[in-house]
Design a protein around this ligand. Sequence first.
Ligand code: SF4
Length: 127
Amino acid sequence: MAAIAGRARSVDSNNRKLDELRARIPSFRCIVGCHDCCGPVTASSEEMARLPVKTEAEHEAALAELSCPHLGEHGCEVYSERPLICRLFGTTPSLLCPNGMRPVYMIDRRTEEEIHQFLASTRQVLV
Ligand code: SF4
């Protein structure tokens, strides 16, 4: 019982941290229809719980093309719930947009460090 309660607290805490980090990542406009930064990405179980479930066949088909199962004909189909790593792309010198798009102000170093800590401290699975 204590283990279940502890796990629930951890999920709540991770969900709060996730929302906080998402809010701190600067946003910018991508080129419409571009998906150059999409590919196989990983996410925490808290992020996975917010995404639609894909079949094993859909996962395998995406992976065979080094793509993401949520990438559709018109781009990301889960944009409002895309994982942290997708949101980070283009906002930091270490993950620059290949098409030169960027926010006015790049992400601050502390937020980027906290994102990497979050990624390292949560169990990441292939999206
Ligand atoms: S979740 Fe969306 S933004 Fe992230 S890799 Fe998949 S299609 Fe691209």
